[in-house]
Ligand binder design. Structure first.
Ligand code: DC
Length: 226
């Protein structure tokens, strides 16, 4: 059975990463977290004290960056110049600066090229903003996940709290709203639903329900007993 590409796009906090990871596990595919790659570049920018708003400096840095991904029990580990940055890319500082970095055309070209190379054999569940529109516009199965902003903020707040970081809900809502606005209005690969993507508002769904929904669509269309 030929392995396909499944894309999951949607705004911050729509449950893409958890869902993509679980779906991949269930159907024995690999999960590709493209946001982690934008985060790794953002981390490099911040660590070198480059102003994220100075695109020319950010672009110049790309030549010095070597990104690689490893998988341990289906969990993606992100390496930057040989260093495991999987934890460091999840800080609030990275989260607050990643939208600007991901709006730079050359950064996107640099990463999209690598993402296409990684996924070219199929067998990947890919989450991002442009997975089904730009990275793999011919992906066989596409989803666009959404949820109400308050719900997404609560989820992010819970994630941060699990790491011991307490962010007030109104601050989280404001952060998500500004990222939504930035991601969907930027000139380069804005967050939009692919015409052939299945839209799923998961405000009132559990992760399990969402995972089951996607796995069921996949099985009914592409595999008898995957
Ligand atoms: O999914 P995430 O929160 O880890 O994504 C981090 C940022 O990277 C987010 O602000 C949007 C951007 N991003 C992107 O522009 N394109 C992708 N394919 C993935 C993420």
């Amino acid at each position: 059975m030929k392995k396909i590409i499944i894309t999951l796009d949607g705004p911050a906090g729509s449950g893409k990463s958890t869902t993509a990871r679980e779906v991949a596990k269930k159907i024995n595919y690999t999960y590709l977290d493209t946001g982690a790659m934008y985060r790794a570049i953002t981390l490099a920018v911040l660590e070198r004290q480059i102003n994220p708003g100075r695109a020319a400096d950010v672009i110049a840095l790309l030549h010095h960056l070597q990104l690689s991904l490893n998988y341990e029990n289906g969990v993606q580990k992100t390496f930057l110049n040989g260093r495991d940055v999987s934890e460091d890319i999840r800080t609030m500082a990275v989260t607050q600066n990643v939208s600007v970095i991901s709006g730079v055309r050359e950064v996107r070209e640099f990463l999209v090229k690598q993402q296409r190379e990684i996924g070219k054999q199929g067998g990947f569940v890919i989450d991002g903003r442009d997975a089904g529109t730009v990275i793999f516009p011919n992906a066989e199965l596409k989803f666009f996940l959404t949820a109400k902003v308050e719900e997404r903020a609560k989820r992010r707040q819970k994630e941060m709290a699990a790491k011991g970081v307490h962010v007030p809900l109104d601050e989280m809502i404001a952060d998500i709203q500004s990222r939504d606005e930035f991601d969907s209005t930027r000139a380069e690969s804005p967050l939009i639903k692919a015409a052939d993507a299945i839209e799923l508002d998961n405000s009132a769904m559990t992760i399990e329900e969402q995972v089951d929904f996607i796995v069921n669509v996949f099985r009914s269309r592409f595999a008898v007993s995957a």
